[in-house]
Design a protein around this ligand. Structure first.
Ligand code: SF4
Ligand code: SF4
Length: 189
């Protein structure tokens, strides 16, 4: 979780007025926060979190006021996908030490500990609702993560710079354009 809420709004759209966090506190436990005025490690409940919610709600840090998971922003994510109900938390991830372009800016669908989202089909529903834009989507079970979007053949072509077959040319070109800032300059530029 970073403080770049403008980029999150650009990628996901504004916060939806009809969705609220209710009793969910998944982000207060699961996510790493690294901002100038507040930080916490991943997978660790915030020290301010109580069974009744945030103990400093009225004066909570800026990041807590301005950051929202994708469920709060993306209407296509099912209503039942609220993180405390679905066992999934979806967020924009920015990685300055990305191993490849698709890690640099992406959506990450993270299965929370004990989640039954794969068995219940919720993970598939959530992924279906997210994999329709030129934004990379990863699925993580906490131990491993897999690139779900774009598909592997497209991803390999985008990353390798190899000439694509005609059937994939437009799709590969669109991804290269979208992730241009994170790809090495090549002849196709
Ligand atoms: S994970 Fe999402 S729904 Fe849950 S508390 Fe955080 S922003 Fe709200
Ligand atoms: S300060 Fe409050 S809102 Fe922010 S992470 Fe901690 S418990 Fe959650």
């Amino acid at each position: 979780m970073t403080g770049d809420t403008d980029l999150e709004t650009l990628l996901l759209g504004p916060v939806l007025p009809e969705r609220d966090c209710g009793g969910c506190t998944a982000c207060c436990v699961t996510l790493k926060v690294d901002t100038p005025d507040f930080a916490k490690p991943a997978s660790t409940p915030c020290a301010k979190l109580t069974p009744a919610g945030c103990s400093i709600h009225a004066v909570r840090p800026t990041i807590c006021r301005t950051w929202f998971c994708a469920w709060r922003r993306v209407a296509a994510l099912p209503e039942e996908a609220r993180p405390d109900r679905s066992g999934l938390i979806v967020s924009v991830s920015f990685n300055q030490e990305a191993r490849n372009a698709f890690e640099a800016i992406a959506l990450t669908v993270l299965a929370l500990p004990g989640s039954d989202a794969i068995a219940s089909g919720m993970a598939a529903r959530a992924l279906d609702s997210l994999c329709d834009q030129l934004v990379a989507v990863w699925f993580s079970d906490g131990a491993r993560k897999m690139l779900m979007h774009p598909e592997n053949d497209v991803a390999e072509l985008v990353l390798s710079g190899a000439p694509p077959p005609a059937a994939l040319a437009d799709e590969v070109a669109a991804w290269r354009e979208r992730y241009r800032a994170f790809l090495p300059a090549r002849d196709y530029d």
